[in-house]
Write a protein that binds this ligand. Structure first.
Ligand code: ATP
Length: 255
């Protein structure tokens, strides 16, 4: 795409001052036939969402709040893998561009020193057993100061500015992220999930460590061992049994 240094990602960029959510707008565009690589960017989101409809704080001009439309020709069972493709691509782009050593927290967050820097929310639209489209939403805290986070986030969230110690111009970073995503997405389509998973393991900071697992019913502690070939997390419980956790159902805390 012109000025972005990519072939597909960002072939069309739709910019908005404010949106309820960039995922919502991207879904509308995708339903209307927008091609793969269409990107929806907003300066702020009034109703930014994380998983399970949790609120995502998206103040004006302080972050990269955007969504990419994807139309991968893959089986439905493979679609959850895209969250990990995005996590790897964004983590590597941020590291390369800013030197901030971000890590991945299973399944969908990027952390810096145990604080959340970026959230990823992928949504699927499928008909019968065919993928119609997916939207990959990325919310990256770029220039938010510590004092600008709402009180409930001030101890659990961070930004690149806080981590790097200086303001980070957003446009070159946006370009680096799209370029990185294009490389990793293509790799996923061509070589499958194994190279993604290998890189993801290297970047993950919630493996081989004690964790608390919260699900709808209860919470318990265990030891995060590894991810299996589908990306599910394997947690060893105190009684020695291994639990297989699928993204979307549970939240994880390092202990
Ligand atoms: P958990 O961290 O419990 O696993 P999750 O991965 O499901 O949650 P998301 O649904 O991706 O988290 O994100 C929503 C949560 O992230 C909110 O409940 C809030 O705690 C936190 N949050 C909201 N906005 C931001 C932000 N801009 N930066 C960092 N954290 C945020």
């Amino acid at each position: 795409a012109v000025g972005l240094g990519t072939a597909v990602m960002g072939c069309r960029v739709e910019f908005f001052t404010d949106l309820p959510t960039t995922n919502g707008e991207a879904k509308k565009l995708a339903l209307a036939g927008s091609p793969e690589g269409t990107v929806v960017v907003a300066e702020s989101q009034s109703g930014g969402k994380g998983r399970m409809d949790r609120v995502w704080f998206s103040p004006p001009a302080k972050g990269l709040w955007f969504t990419i439309v994807l139309r991968p020709q893959v089986n439905l069972v493979e679609t959850p893998q895209i969250t990990m493709v995005v996590a790897v691509a964004v983590a590597l782009a941020v590291r390369e561009h800013t030197g901030v050593a971000v890590g991945i927290k299973w399944p969908n967050d990027l952390l810096m020193e145990d604080k959340k820097l970026c959230g990823i929310l992928v949504e699927l639209n499928a008909e019968m057993d065919r993928v119609n489209f997916m939207v990959a939403g990325i919310g990256l805290n770029v220039n938010i100061d510590k004092s600008q986070f709402p009180p409930e986030l001030s101890e659990i969230a961070t930004s690149l500015k806080i981590a790097a110690g200086h303001h980070i111009p957003r446009v070159p970073l946006f370009r680096t992220i799209l370029q990185s995503f294009e490389i990793w997405y293509r790799r996923w389509l061509q070589e499958g999930f194994v190279p993604i998973l290998n890189k993801w393991r290297e970047l993950c900071v919630t493996l081989d460590c004690p964790v608390t697992v919260h699900n709808i019913k209860d919470s318990y502690i265990g030891h995060a061992m590894d991810v299996d070939e589908t990306g599910a997390l394997l947690v060893k419980l105190p009684d020695g049994t291994i639990q297989r956790l699928v993204a979307g159902e549970v939240s994880l805390r390092k202990v």
